[in-house]
Design a protein around this ligand. Structure first.
Ligand code: IMP
Length: 429
């Protein structure tokens, strides 16, 4: 029963969309299991670039069904916009091609307002959230006050639920001296969404169980990354969901036994958007080289917020941590081409604190600040790698860099992306 899980091995933005796009050509179902429209997946197909926040990027393949699992929080405004945008790019989206879990939770305008009010109240200590209402929506869920998609199927129930919810959040907004919302206006808005989305809603756990039992291929697509996991990330500078592999099982309602591959996606360097620790962070010229200037869609500027990403050298203690926490079976290494002509390259192979060496940060990632990265230097390469199609096409220094990552992480690199286009990938069997 083959379920493959694609997880971000870093702080998100690793290029999971690319990897999912590639694997989706062999998949029957591609499923989002966590997060909401805080994610941003960019997929370039010939001259078209798709920026998706919520709908699994696998939907671009004509024979793949996209699934949004119960672990996801759904802003219906964004979902309907994405459906329209895909349609206008010639991608068919209908209730046969896109399924939404009845148990996924709604993000409402009240959640958005609360995210904004809470972030500004945090001042200097702000998390740097995407302001998409993610934290407040998951807070409603765990407080057992959330509204599930299934409520959209009953017009009376959704109207009442939304009005009660807005009244409740208004009390909190008042405490932050933030503007309050009109419960009736929001309820009317959600009444319209309900009519549009109702045909897409169903029990996706059963759908996937049946598919898996018939041997169909299911791909689970994580949003964000391991280091942003609510429990296993750099708390409190994390998101409010479970991007790690275990999150796929809960977030889709599938059993442990069906998992085959757990593919960790990592850039050939390290990036982070938002606040929080980042031991190998760089400033200056190399940082600018890694980040790009923002003129290309693949430069290191947030897909969702447009914020410049923080950049640094690849951090192996954190990658080893991701291997362990997720049970990764292999790595997909993205953006190798960006390292071309940076010489020498550095990899952080361990940390030092109080004269002790650490191969992984102890006690999880809550307190990373005191760790000093220990670097190894590797020779860079000058040759353009963007046309490489096979392992042999890569310069020997690039191969040495990748082999060293395999050695230090303990798992094989099976896929290397060398450019933004669909075919700029080296697969290693
Ligand atoms: P939230 O998920 O909007 O609450 O933001 C919490 C933290 O996760 C912030 O540091 C965000 O920058 C980060 N974050 C959320 N989604 C993504 C993503 O898709 N890529 C990278 N960082 C993200």
């Amino acid at each position: 029963m083959p379920l493959d899980i694609v997880v971000g091995a870093q702080w998100g933005d690793e290029g999971k969309g690319r990897v999912v796009d590639l694997l989706a050509s062999h998949a029957d179902f591609v499923c989002r299991y966590n997060g909401g429209d805080n994610a941003g997946h960019t997929v370039t197909v010939e001259d078209r670039t798709f920026k998706l926040h919520l709908i699994p990027s696998g939907i671009i393949h004509p024979n793949t069904v996209g699934v949004i699992g119960n672990g996801v929080v759904v802003n219906p405004t964004v979902l309907l916009e994405e459906i329209e945008n895909l349609r206008s790019s010639g991608i068919e989206v209908n209730p046969e091609r896109l399924r939404l879990s009845h148990a996924a939770h709604l993000i409402t305008p009240a959640h958005l307002a609360l995210d904004k009010a809470q972030e500004s109240a945090r001042g200097q200590d702000k998390i740097g959230t995407t302001l998409r209402g993610i934290g407040p929506a998951y807070t409603s869920k765990v407080a057992r006050q959330g509204i599930r998609l299934t409520t959209l199927l009953d017009s009376q129930a959704i109207s009442e639920a939304i009005q009660n919810h807005v009244r409740f959040v208004n009390q909190q907004l008042k405490a932050y001296a933030a503007e309050q919302l009109d419960p009736k206006i929001v309820a009317r808005e959600f009444g319209e969404y309900a009519q549009k989305l109702a045909p897409y809603i169903g029990d996706i756990s059963i759908l996937l169980a049946e598919a898996l039992s018939r041997g169909r291929k299911v791909l689970a697509e994580g949003a964000q990354g391991t280091l942003l996991d609510l429990d296993h990330g750099t708390y409190p500078y994390v998101t409010s969901s479970y991007p790690t592999a275990a999150g796929a099982l809960i977030g889709l309602g599938v059993g442990v036994g069906c998992v085959e591959r757990v593919i960790g996606v990592t850039k050939a360097f390290q990036t982070r958007v938002g606040s929080g620790p980042f031991p190998t962070e760089l400033q200056g010229e190399i940082a600018t080289r890694l980040r790009g200037t923002g003129e290309n869609p693949w430069d290191e500027f947030g897909t969702t917020t447009g914020r410049p990403r923080r950049v640094g050298w690849l951090d192996l203690p954190l990658l080893r941590y991701a291997v362990r926490i997720n049970g990764l079976t292999e790595l997909a290494l993205t953006k190798l081409d960006i390292l071309t002509s940076i010489d020498p390259l550095r990899i952080c192979s361990s940390y030092q604190r109080d004269a002790k060496t650490y191969l992984e940060p102890p006690y999880g990632l809550g307190d990373l600040s005191g760790f000093e990265p220990v670097y190894e230097e590797l020779p860079g390469w000058q040759a353009d790698v963007r046309n490489a199609q096979t392992w042999e096409d890569l310069p020997s220094e690039a191969r040495a860099y990748i082999l060293h990552i395999e050695e230090l992480s303990g798992i094989p690199v099976r896929l290397i992306s060398v450019g933004p286009e669909r075919n700029q990938v080296v697969e290693i069997s």
